[in-house]
Design a protein around this ligand. Structure first.
Ligand code: F3S
Length: 641
């Protein structure tokens, strides 16, 4: 059988199921990664499983999100993760070492292996030929304990890149073009596999920009072949022994095929407030800019920042612009410092932040009220920057740098010739901020500061579900809406009782109060409910508030799994028009739930309106068991009994 790159890796790791589109498969996971804002929960859950040592080939815990230490909370979380990692066989990347995806690509990614990460941008690893998938913390904890990771065998989309990018057009524009075509829901249950002559002009970090932002399509993941460019990157990282060639077989079957002519591609821009709101940059030129932010796991590689340094060299940023730059890793920052590029950035007026997520996750550098912020990041959801009234646009590093100089959104094509930044033959390799785990059978003490609170637990399903509709929300509600993430809340990622008071407040500030008043209930959602991140807190906070079910028109993949993992029913209207019929505080009942969840549809009664609706529970048998048990941890414990 002729296989695609993704199918080859899946076949190599298939523990349960077969390579049939739409069927559930269980994959063996070689590597895991966590970042600190999802990691504390993942490690608390890992501890709850009672497994002594991770069973993966390599697991890495990164600190990159919660870097502001305005109180002891973040530092306490870091120490907890550092000690729990050391004890259980996990590498620890210290704060300052960089953004998880950038560092993982540099120091750990291995072509042909599977990577599961508790961060939705884990598909960055697809740039180096890994099958890299984002998941909730509990799924990652299960993988660390040796369990399979389950997905629906996705459709594979062939993205053929033809020709070569013009000067001023970059890898970011390629993924913006895919987002323009597919939108934020267009990638659900799909893997985007890149090929064609155009890929030979893309280095691994450029490929990683594309696979990284493929997460915005809602895709399972995105992937490039592992070829000579992959070898060159690994060699430059001193890891050529990790190379393995993986290319698609001739005649491999793809469910869908698209072509992008790189020579014809123009610079693009994603307008507020969605990464798929993509238009030609030329149509947005001359908008005055208040802030330019360069960095994030999408665009903070050595080559990205070298381009920026060359554009800024000898010039000064515009009077109206605040330029902030967060390098992706210590390796990148160190190299810029050694070769003089950092001096060029500073001289031009850039504010250099530490190596981490920073403004991307709203940890500092919020724009001014009504501000226009131009960012090289991957998300521009309303309020994510920390300023609700700000308008955030997403662009390439070239556009960001040129616009920082002019003070207006500017097409770089007229300003720069071919920049010709080559990948270095050797990166600066210094892993002194990566701590190795302790030997087996150690007596490491795990340090738990007062911010580390137990996570909420669910009960097995009872006879019926009764509850009021506590909130009714529109389409495309993100995990940022469900569990906001900003500089004030991020320090409480290991403290669900505190966070729960902010759950869904961007949609309705009264929701947590109402949920507590009625002792829990039901959430009503539109299409693509829970899009955005892998943030498990978007399921844990509702669980803490007593949410038993979410009824929506459709769900985003990772969030749906997170709900199931926590024993919250993700139900879908059979007839989505009935959404209109249901109002906040309507009382809903699902009788005989244990019988009903085994049927094709579930009947729910609206006592307030005197009506009945049919709902679908689109889950696998395994997930049904999880829901019956009240979540994955309960199921694991019951099976181990
Ligand atoms: Fe961090 Fe933003 Fe990426 S929060 S992991 S830089 S999407």
């Amino acid at each position: 059988m002729n296989l695609t790159v993704a199918e080859k890796i899946i076949k190599d790791h298939l523990k349960i199921g077969e390579l049939k589109t739409g069927k559930e498969i269980g994959l063996k996971i070689d590597q895991t990664l966590t970042q600190d804002s999802t990691g504390t929960m993942a490690y608390l859950q890992f501890e709850a499983m009672g497994v002594d040592r991770v069973k993966t080939k390599k697991s890495v815990a990164y600190i990159d999100h919660n870097m502001l230490q305005a109180g002891p909370e973040n530092a306490d979380d870091h120490l907890y993760i550092q000690t729990v990692a050391k004890k259980h066989g996990i590498y620890f990347s210290k704060p300052g070492n960089g953004i998880c995806h950038q560092v993982h690509l540099e120091r750990f990614g291995v072509p042909g292996q599977t990577l599961l990460g508790s961060d939705s941008h884990t598909p960055t690893g697809g740039g180096i030929g890994m099958l890299a998938i984002g998941a909730g913390g509990l799924d990652v904890a299960v993988a660390m304990a040796g369990g399979e990771y389950f997905i629906t065998m996705p459709e594979i989309v062939k993205v053929e890149l033809r020709g070569k990018l013009k000067a001023g057009v970059s890898a970011k524009d390629i993924i913006l073009e895919v987002l323009r075509r597919y939108k934020v829901k267009g990638g659900i249950n799909k893997i985007f596999e890149y090929c064609g002559e155009g890929i030979k002009y893309l280095t691994v970090p450029e490929r990683a920009t594309i696979t990284n932002m493929g997460a915005e399509l809602g895709a399972t993941t995105s992937i490039f072949p592992s070829d000579e460019n992959t070898y060159e990157f690994l060699k430059a990282q001193g890891r050529e022994e990790d190379f393995r060639e993986i290319v698609a077989d001739k005649g491999a079957y793809y469910n869908e095929e698209i072509i992008i002519d790189l020579d014809k591609l123009e610079p693009l821009i994603a307008c507020p407030h969605s990464p798929d709101n993509v238009v030609p940059l030329s149509s947005m030129e001359n908008i005055k800019v208040n802030q330019v932010a360069i960095g994030s796991c999408t665009n903070s590689s050595y080559m990205d920042l070298m381009k920026v340094a060359e554009i800024l060299d000898g010039k000064t940023i515009a009077e109206n612009v605040s330029l902030v730059i967060s390098p992706g890793s210590k390796q990148v920052l160190n190299m810029l410092a050694n070769n003089g590029a950092l001096g060029k950035l500073i001289a031009a007026g850039a504010r250099i932040l530490e190596c981490g997520c920073g403004p991307c996750i709203g940890m500092g550098q919020a724009p001014n009220t009504d501000g226009i912020s131009l960012r090289t990041f991957n998300r521009n959801f309303k309020g994510r920057s920390g300023t609700v009234s700000a308008n955030v646009y997403l662009v390439s590093p070239e556009v960001a740098a040129v616009s920082a100089l002019t003070g207006y959104i500017t097409n770089p094509e007229g300003y720069i010739d071919d920049l010709n930044i080559d990948m270095p033959e050797k990166f600066n390799i210094n892993d002194n901020l990566i701590l190795e785990p302790a030997e087996v059978d150690n007596d490491i003490e795990i340090l738990r500061g007062p911010n580390i609170k137990p996570f909420p637990k669910n009960n097995p399903l009872g006879k019926e579900i009764v509850g009021k509709v506590l909130i009714k929300v529109e389409d495309n509600i993100t995990t940022d809406h469900i569990m906001p993430s900003n500089a004030k809340l991020l320090p409480y990622r290991s403290n669900i009782p505190y966070l729960a008071d902010h759950c869904l407040t961007p949609c309705d500030p009264e929701f947590p109060k109402r949920a507590k008043e009625y002792g829990g209930g039901i959430i009503l959602g539109g299409h693509n409910y829970g899009q955005g991140s892998s943030r498990e807190h978007a399921a844990l906070a509702p669980l803490y508030l007593g949410i038993k079910a979410v009824i929506a028109k459709s769900f985003a993949r990772i969030h749906k799994q997170n709900l199931i993992n926590n024993g919250i029913l993700p139900l879908v209207f059979q007839n989505e028009k009935e959404y209109e019929d249901v109002d906040v505080l309507d009382e809903l009942i699902i009788e005989n739930i244990l019988e009903q969840i085994n049927g094709d549809t579930i009947t729910i009664k609206n006592k307030t309106k005197g009506k009945e609706y049919k709902l679908l529970l689109e889950v696998e048998e395994r997930q049904r068991e999880m829901l019956e048990a009240g979540g994955l941890l309960n199921l694991i414990k019951a099976k181990n009994r």
